[in-house]
Design a binder for this molecule. Sequence first.
Ligand SMILES: C[S@@+](CC[C@H](N)C(=O)[O-])C[C@H]1O[C@@H](n2cnc3c(N)ncnc32)[C@H](O)[C@@H]1O
Length: 290
Amino acid sequence: MTEANRDQAEYWNGDVGQRWAASHSTLDAVFAPLTEALFMQAGLRPGNGVLDIGCGAGQTALHAARQVGASGRVVAADLSKPLLTVGRQRAAAEPATTAPIEWIEADAQSNDFGQGTFEHALSRFGVMFFDDSVTAFANICRALAPGGRLTFLCWRALAENPWVQVPRDVVLPLVPDYEAMPTDAPGPFRFADPRTLSPLLGQAGFQDIACEPIDRLLTLSRSVDGPARGAVQAATDIVINLGPVARLLRDRDPALRERAREIVADTLEARVHDGAVRLGAACWLVSARR
Ligand SMILES: C[S@@+](CC[C@H](N)C(=O)[O-])C[C@H]1O[C@@H](n2cnc3c(N)ncnc32)[C@H](O)[C@@H]1O
């Protein structure tokens, strides 16, 4: 691993990466309405070559492989060993009608993906963490064939994402020493402003850049038969362990984490409707062409 993106490599190979790996099916269910929008926009065709950037535990790579079929190919790249391991395990259960997936532990900013070899590059929330975004997107652009398409999801502003802001607002007072990152630092909300993102993609060599706002209600959890408190606990786990609030609680002592958990659970309890915890999410669905 190069010096670039070392912090991210540590982060996604550490506790948070392990928790994402263990909870991949939960996260895939929560993000399902957003994943659907991503694939509607990408418009993959049988036989296409697809690069999945920051593929995580593989949901989008697997979906791409089903869509492009056995005559296509998918390369799934990520910095995180535990997440790639899950991806490989999941792929082993796929039928022969899906494209082969090459899972590679690689920094998308610097890895040589070949020149002009993919019709599509896509990502679900995997492109906001590069030390040098222009260099990284230029590297991805180079891997696309002329006319090849980039499609990805990134988060809009925190204030438009109650699924993060509601729990964050109640956890922040517990961590007064927490230093918020500069808005342009690698992190989930760095591309909230398309006036930053679009020129950056242009500098990297992309054209026809479009940022479409996507708003969806995310079901963090649902209680089928049991008490709503079960749904609240499950939603709290997602927020505390997996969502951006996890960064606030990184390396905190167990007593503080437990206090945060109680406060978030109380807050989410007030949001239960029909046995489900649902909160709004707002993304940019970004598309561009080489
Ligand atoms: C928010 S997670 C999203 C994972 C997955 N796309 C999903 O939707 O479940 C961000 C992912 O990007 C990966 N990532 C961050 N920086 C990266 C880089 N420079 N190159 C490749 N992957 C990177 C992380 O390891 C992590 O798996």
